[in-house]
Design a protein around this ligand. Structure first.
Ligand code: SF4
Length: 172
């Protein structure tokens, strides 16, 4: 019986945790992502980076998909999909959506994050765009600071980071 109570307790905890993280995500203007099936045959490789000088933004989505006059950016991530896409992946995709809109003058309704085993569609909402622009402004501001505190607790992220040898906050 004790195991049943323990299992129920853990389940309630997991639901509370999930609800809290999704509430935080909504507060930041980040959509959660929808699992979709996408046909990779329609994906076109992107050869050159896209630029938007007004925000000092540049980047190259892995693929673009043309669909009924819309252009959808696709970002490919190695590894299996997390429960929900990481915020950093959402922001990266949002930046590609912005670059596509500024370059081709057509706003993508969403972008796709492609993991090894699953694809997520991330709606490119006005809230996400605003959140991205705020983040870019914060990054610009931090660029000139001497000390910028680490924004996460993920050792795996530091392990793959190119700055880990010189970073005094590395977790790896
Ligand atoms: S090593 Fe430093 S810069 Fe790189 S992810 Fe970790 S905390 Fe951030």
């Amino acid at each position: 019986m004790i195991y049943l109570y323990l299992a129920l307790f853990l389940l309630v905890l997991a639901i509370l945790f999930f609800r809290q993280s999704s509430a935080q995500r909504k507060e930041a203007g980040l959509p959660g992502g929808r699992i979709i099936y996408s046909d990779t045959r329609g994906w076109g490789k992107v050869e050159k980076p896209l630029f938007y000088t007004a925000l000092g933004l540049t980047g190259k989505p892995d693929y673009l998909v043309q669909q009924n006059g819309k252009i959808i950016p696709v970002e490919v991530k190695s590894g299996r999909a997390p429960e929900a896409p990481y915020d950093s992946h959402i922001y990266q995709l949002a930046a590609y959506c912005l670059l596509v809109e500024k370059t081709y003058k057509v706003r993508p309704p969403y972008g796709i994050i492609h993991y090894e085993n699953r694809d997520f569609a991330i709606d490119y909402t006005r809230e996400l765009e605003e959140s991205l622009i705020d983040l870019l402004a914060d990054m610009k501001h931090d660029e000139y600071k001497k000390d910028v505190p680490r924004s996460h607790e993920q050792a795996g992220r530091c392990a793959k980071c190119g700055f880990k040898r010189v970073c005094d906050q590395s977790l790896a």
